[in-house]
Design a protein around this ligand. Sequence first.
Ligand code: C2E
Ligand code: CA
Ligand code: CA
Length: 659
Amino acid sequence: VGLSGLAVIAAAVVFTPWSQVLPELLLWPTLFLVVAAVAGEVKPLLIGSRAQERTLSTSAPFVLALIAVGGLGIAVVVQAVASVVDDLHQRRAWTKSLFNTAQYALSVVAGRAIYSWLAGVPIFGGPSTVSPGQIVPLVIAGACMFLVNWILVAGVISLSTGQSLQLVLRDDLRDLLVSNVVLLCVGGIAAIVADDGVGALALLGAPVIAAHLFVSASARHAYDATHDSLTGLGNRGQLHRELERGFEAADDTDTAGPSLVLFDLDHFKDINDTLGHPVGDQILRHVAGQLVAAAPDNASVHRLGGDEFAVVVRGGLLEARQMARELLASFDNAVPVGELELLVRASVGVAVAPEHGEDGETLMKNADIALYHAKLERDRISTYSPDLDVNTVERLQLLADLRTAIDKRELHVAYQPQVDLMDHRTVGVEVLVRWYHPRRGLVAPDEFVPLAENSGLIFPLTAFVLDTALGQLASWRALGYKLRLAVNLSARHLSDLGLPDQVAQAAKLHGVPLNSLVLEVTETGILSDPARADVVIRALRAMGVEISIDDYGTGNASLSYLKRLEIDELKIDRSFVCDIRSDDHDLIIVRSTIELALALGLRVVAEGIEDEPTATTLRAMGRVIGQGYHLGEPNSAEQMEARLRGEAQTAAAARQAAR
Ligand code: C2E
Ligand code: CA
Ligand code: CA
């Protein structure tokens, strides 16, 4: 294109009868057309988005008029000068500039050739006036000029972006047709009125400015309709179009893809709730910028709304997963929010065409299923597979049921005694949540607590457990039974800075002293957000609440680390306790843990005591509190109360006998 453009410019310059042209050039109307053509090129209309900037030059109508009024030489030279000036102004690379200049020259020559053929004027002829009868040839010539320009530019875009030519042409048609028709008509009028002097020509400025305003308003409109206003990323509609393009490109080139990678921020609602929406917005913008910066060239980033982002990649499974990993890695840097630095995490669902769907909608649905799966399983990246479907749908159903169960108060709690192994007294109870599902029957907490944790339902769930159990404790205290009440917390509570207040209010409501409450947390819970867990735990302890490390031994925290956090109790996990009589290894672990914990001044609870010999073995290791089926199964409040009454009566009888 560059070479033939240069050849055409040279030919036009050589064959133009400049002696006729130059005097004409000095006439006002021609001068006006020249200036308008250059100005239109240098100050083009801005169309398209910020990310994918396209411009539309308004020089075309004036160049078209020049083609007829001034002849080929002037039109080609003016257009070339305008184009080079603009390229210098924009500091474009010389190759780009060469292409621009050449494609303009070719379209001008095409326009003049058609015009001279249809209007019967010599192609290299000098200046002439345009009679109304020549208007049809001129408009056809103008259309030709636009057509050549359009195809050459679309061709180069198609080559550089890998999109099919047809697709680029179609997009352009939508964006440019109306404004090009307007500019074409203006060009025709300009050619005719050039003869009437510069005043008549100047009036044409108005429709050009109108076209200018019209195009930029509709461009803004189109931008707003396809982009998310908070982050500037493409929106859902844009995503679907991008997928469609991806499918067409894959068809054209016979390659894999496109792939859809969905991102959903973890616990974004908590951030919004605790830090406020402005901070939430700030984080979303930050994440958007991060994704755009980390995304490869063949990918486009979109925001689907809320905290969900989607990236379309032109490529197959390997590319998609590789990109998902890289984008996730970009989340490892904390997000600065005022004084704070927040770690934002995300889960990712991947679906790849054609394996996981042969159209955008199916791909979207399956990437969504993969994403849900990633959330539920706490995998960070999950790729769609058909068996995820069944499993995930079932669990989503369970999650929906859990929501109603909490609202309808279908949940209950059970109480399991904690017994001082030395004197067999019940010194505490652990509260365990129970769910009697209307169709499934009893659902184990191990099944629904993780679901609740991942969805945020854990907050109302814990509030319910805490409220019920504290109410129960209050009535037992009124009967004279002094017990510790142990309540399980999940990891997410430890990053909830509002938890201490909430606990204080619940205890106050039921008139229960805070030092009878033990909150059980796990090592993994603490380690998932150590800085905030530290703050929350300190606040709770400052109020008198005790902290217990549940399932001790199954996580990665060292005892010295936990001790530094200032905890009160260690619950040795039942997987160690239940085997101490058959497994020497476990025996040694349990014995040394008890020794160390007692030496550090911690209370020790051994979980999962299922028989008397285990209790006897533990008793020999020091002052240990026991919990397990052998000492008492989790039971209703009434049964627990009967047990406490029985113990009180036995104790009273023993005192009586001692007197
Ligand atoms: P966990 O905190 O370790 O609770 C003790 C679990 O061990 C209970 O299971 C209890 O029934 C069981 N257990 C008690 N004695 C024995 C024994 O001698 N042998 C054996 N094999 N098991 C025994 P459950 O009630 O099914 O609870 C399972 C887990 O669900 C709990 O483990 C806890 O992590 C979670 N969970 C239960 N209730 C709540 C709650 O209200 N909130 C939260 N966040 N988690 C809860
Ligand atoms: Ca527990
Ligand atoms: Ca436990």
